[in-house]
Design a protein around this ligand. Structure first.
Ligand code: FPP
Length: 246
């Protein structure tokens, strides 16, 4: 069913999350249920990105962070890791024109050094091409782990202190958050996890301090535009107190 995004936008009004994170879980099970190899599920999962990105962009969500490959995912069989990196390459090569035309700015979260050279090059090219875009900030977490991101942020600040450009006493929450890979983006308002599990899996731990959580049973390739709209409508009803009383 086609979603009338402009109508939804009017209904959600001010209660739209500025930054949405998604843990896209369940590709493997989706494929296994169909008697297919897990890579088939990852491909179906990649195809789901277009709709979710389009709705996010059309609604005026400022940032969308997608967990595509964690630092722990290297433990998977080589064939699956290779299939995933093949998909990332394809995605960053084929989809960038359209994303660019839609004013989307691509940023990778995670450690570029650990990526295969061709994937790293395609990611950097996508980042550079879209760097001046002012629409949706699309963050793809690849070779990402929140703790390792935090360690890198602390090292950046320590280097500033060592170079005497920063006073250790001046380090505050704002500076720590700014040194993370998501620096400059709004804090996470809504974290969605598909696939039925209810855990964070080392994703955006500091950014999620005040995020609302939505755990969805649908496997990622089955997470339709309509299900996404449902989660956004539910978010709009929530009473966020940020530690206060109202
Ligand atoms: C988790 O499902 C999903 C992943 C490890 C990969 C997520 C990747 C994509 C959706 C593909 C492409 C992304 C981009 C940016 C091109 P799982 O394999 O853990 O599923 P399971 O829990 O059913 O085993």
């Amino acid at each position: 069913m086609q979603i009338d995004v402009q109508k939804e936008k009017l209904t959600l009004g001010e209660r739209l999350p500025a930054h949405v994170g998604i843990i896209m879980d369940g590709n493997g099970r989706w494929a296994t249920k169909r008697g297919m190899p897990r890579a088939f599920g990852h491909r179906a999962g990649t195809e789901r990105l277009r709709g979710i990105i389009r709705i996010s962009s059309d609604l005026g969500i400022k940032a969308l962070s997608l967990y595509a490959f964690s630092t722990e995912n290297w433990k998977r069989p080589k064939a699956e890791v290779d299939a995933l990196f093949g998909l990332f390459m394809e995605y960053f090569t084929n989809e960038v024109e359209e994303l660019h035309a839609n004013n989307v700015r691509i940023r990778m979260l995670g450690e570029k050094e650990g990526l295969p050279a061709n994937v790293r090059a395609s990611v950097i090219a996508a980042e550079e091409k879209t760097a001046r875009n002012t629409g949706l900030a699309l963050n793809v977490a690849l070779n990402y782990g929140s703790r390792s991101e935090t360690v890198r942020a602390v090292k950046k600040l320590a280097a500033e202190v060592a170079a005497k450009r920063l006073d250790a006493e001046a380090i505050d929450e704002e500076k720590l958050l700014a040194a993370l890979d998501t620096g400059g983006l709004p804090e996470l308002d809504l974290l969605i996890r598909t696939g039925g599990d209810q855990r964070l899996s080392n994703f955006l731990l500091l950014q999620a301090a005040y995020a609302e959580f939505a755990f969805v049973d649908a496997l990622w390739p089955d997470f339709t535009d309509e299900l996404y709209m449902g989660v956004l409508r539910d978010f709009a009803q929530r009473n966020r107190r940020f530690g206060g009383l109202k």
